[in-house]
Design a protein around this ligand. Sequence first.
Ligand code: G3I
Length: 285
Amino acid sequence: LIVPENTMKWKNIRPTKTFWNWSDMDNMVDFAEKNGMVIRGHTFVWHQQNAPYVDSLKTKDEAVAMLTEQITMVMERYKGRVFEYDVANEVLNEDGTLRDTVWLRTIGPEYIDIAFKAARAADPKARLVLNDYSNEYAGTAKGDAFYELCKDMKNRGIPIDGAGLQLHLVAEHTFNREGLLAQIRRFAELGMFVTFTEIDVRIAMPSSPEKEAQQTEIFKGLMEIAATEPNTGHFVVWGYTDAKSWIPGTFPGYGSAHLFDKASQPKPVFEDLKKILADSPKRKK
Ligand code: G3I
């Protein structure tokens, strides 16, 4: 499975209103198909990496037209070739309120509904996901608000299929397995699946055997859940090697967050994960 880390983001795929930079995404989709892989699309609605003409949108009509056109153009082009999309990304603040973005300011809260409806119309078979971080545990302000937002959309007939849990975790923080399971299971009750969309487990440098052991337990815990819970199954990592990591730039003092080390060699946990996968009850079906 491949995710375009930056290629499909607004400023890259459509740097000016009239110039569509299709070539990078076309190449990635071709590469995936030639190699028996599938593509997750990422992302349309976001507050980062937008083109300047998006950030300066002023009126509601303009913003609705721009958002709808973006979603329609991309999803019609890759119809049937991208199996799942993060239609909207990181719409919530930590306290569970809607984030102040160009979409909220110009359109109002219904921008989320508008985006999902446009996505369903453009490619009816693609799975449509709302994606966020710090939303993985039931019983936290953001985890609960994220669930309530999805539930409300479902109840109102908005075409949302899945919940994206980014899972940018910290090795030294407690891994709340029960909270994660509770979150996943209540999405199952809504008839929604859950995708683990951007996994990494960062360590406060310098690392130590204890911290590495904590990291290993978290990666394994996530894979065990992905391998057994019926409404989840995709375990997507956000970068595979410490050699090319977004972590140190964004979280100074942290590193070693990925499954492969700075020499791009697999860490011991990689074998543990393969074993969990091989033993998965889903795989034996
Ligand atoms: O491509 C330019 C390059 O030409 C230039 O020389 C260089 C100098 O700064 O910048 C390069 O662009 C960078 C781009 O990544 C490609 O590497 C941007 O500055 C940098 O801001 C951008 O960061 C991306 C980040 O999203 C933006 O917020 C990360 O790669 C990407 O991994 C990260 O991904 C996000 C997800 O989309 C959503 N969830 C969180 C996750 C991590 O922040």
